[in-house]
Ligand binder design. Structure first.
Ligand SMILES: [Zn+2]
Length: 221
């Protein structure tokens, strides 16, 4: 487990977890949100990444709260259809650039449950901010494609039920082998802080884990 690059620490410091799969990253002069859900306002986004069409990920009301005329939203078909403004539809394997942020859509799907079929074409993302590659896994199980993900920071679901369990996420983190793994998708719909703690404990000495404190009520400047 090597030291974490300065650039990676800088991006982590610029990242706030707003609960579930919602992160706000302020870097490269941009404001980026992932899967906005249960927001209490917030500074407008330059870029919003949406992984799939479920209400706790594709929430038009939450998106509208942080959207202005310049905001680009990237989303797969199904979700994109529900949104207005600058929307770019994406599918797994697509690579696009939004205002200098490189974005690659990757597969996200279930292997042992039915909620997120591979055939839906829903996605996770690997996006690059200030040279740091961030993997937002989306709602997924541990899938073979993860061994081919190259990233510095991995945002991984740990709750079980609709996605992989904390222990399955441990195996996924070892596959992906990021500099830092961050648990998500708990303490909102399903999963608890115990899942995040179990994830961190099982990866001790193998992959560095940062359990983020949830920032509530962000209209954060
Ligand atoms: Zn889902």
């Amino acid at each position: 487990m090597a030291d974490v690059d300065k650039g990676v620490n800088k991006i982590l410091a610029a990242t706030q977890w707003l609960g579930h799969d919602t992160f706000q990253i302020k870097a490269a002069g941009k404001v980026i949100y992932t899967d906005p859900f249960k927001l209490a306002g917030g500074v407008p986004a330059n870029l919003i990444l949406v992984t799939h069409d479920h209400f706790d990920h594709c929430s038009p009301d939450d998106i509208a709260m942080i959207q202005n005329a310049d905001t680009t939203i990237v989303a797969p078909e199904g979700c994109a259809d529900k949104l207005q403004g600058k929307v770019r539809t994406i599918k797994p394997g697509d690579k696009i650039d939004v205002e200098g942020i490189g974005i690659e859509a990757v597969h996200a799907y279930n292997t042992n449950k039915k909620f997120h079929p591979k055939a839906s074409g829903w996605v996770g993302y690997v996006f690059t901010v200030e040279g740091v590659r961030i993997y937002l896994a989306g709602d997924t199980d541990r899938i073979p494609e993860m061994k081919h993900i190259h990233c510095d920071i991995a945002l991984l679901p740990v709750s079980g039920t609709y996605v992989m369990t904390a222990l399955e996420a441990v195996a996924a983190a070892l596959d992906v082998n990021p500099q830092v793994a961050v648990p998500m998708h708990y303490a909102s719909i399903v999963g608890t802080e115990a899942d995040a703690k179990a994830f961190a404990a099982a990866l001790e000495g193998k992959v560095r884990v940062q359990v983020m404190a949830r920032k509530v009520g962000v209209g954060a400047p």
